[in-house]
Design a protein around this ligand. Structure first.
Ligand SMILES: [Mn+2]
Length: 214
């Protein structure tokens, strides 16, 4: 399962696979362009198999419905909709293409890192600190933080089926497709669903609504 789509403002790819023996993955992701903002989300349905996949799909459907709302509202909407499911761990991010800011927040074991294209005075990598909890079961107070983002920067988000050691490694800049594939191949754990999303901001302002075909 891989996709590569160019939006006016970004290029991204998603690489993922279910746990061996499962038909469906409980990990899922989306990138939506709404007005001048990009909504990016990676969700990991608890456990694996059909029920995990159901929770993940419902989370993404909820995000599509509320794509223009603030980040903290998105977590609350998903939390309410997922009450009857196992729930998900999630990272959600809103990239404001006019303000050049990334607002991001996470609950549970999904890893997110912002990699600077040109570090200069900036830190080369910034990690998102997640709150413990489960969206749909126990939602913590979600703290959305804003960080500046510059053209060429990479946002990488991975579920806990990817060994978190991938962020410590020197990442060779490449196409999102190649980077996502190599992270999955080198750091995917055998015992879980795995998914990684790699998005490079190209600096444009989005003006259309597109959704990825996952
Ligand atoms: Mn997992």
């Amino acid at each position: 399962m891989e996709t590569l789509i160019s939006l006016p403002s970004c290029e991204y790819a998603i690489a993922g696979r279910p746990l061996a023996g499962e038909r469906k993955s409980g990990d899922a992701a989306l990138v939506l362009s709404v007005g001048h903002r990009l909504l990016v989300a990676v969700v990991d349905g608890l456990g694996h198999g059909d029920e995990a996949a159901m929770a993940a799909e419902l989370a993404l459907a909820t995000l599509r419905q509320h794509a223009d709302e603030p980040l903290t509202t998105l977590f609350k909407q998903c939390h309410e909709r997922l009450q009857t499911t196992r729930g998900v761990a999630a990272v959600m991010a809103i990239l404001d293409t006019l303000e050049s800011t990334l607002v991001w927040a996470g609950v549970g074991n999904v890893e997110a890192v912002l990699v600077a294209a040109k570090p200069g005075a900036r830190r080369a990598k910034q990690w998102l600190t997640n709150r413990g909890g489960v969206v749909g079961y126990r939602l913590p107070v979600v703290e959305a933080r804003a960080v500046p983002i510059l053209v060429g920067d990479l946002l990488i988000i991975a579920t806990d089926g990817i060994d978190e050691g991938f962020v410590a490694e020197e990442l060779q800049p490449d196409t999102p497709e190649n980077m996502a594939r190599s992270i999955l191949e080198q750091h995917g754990k055998a015992a879980d669903d795995a998914l990684v999303l790699v998005l490079r901001w190209l600096g444009g302002t989005a003006g259309v609504v597109l959704s990825d075909p996952l």
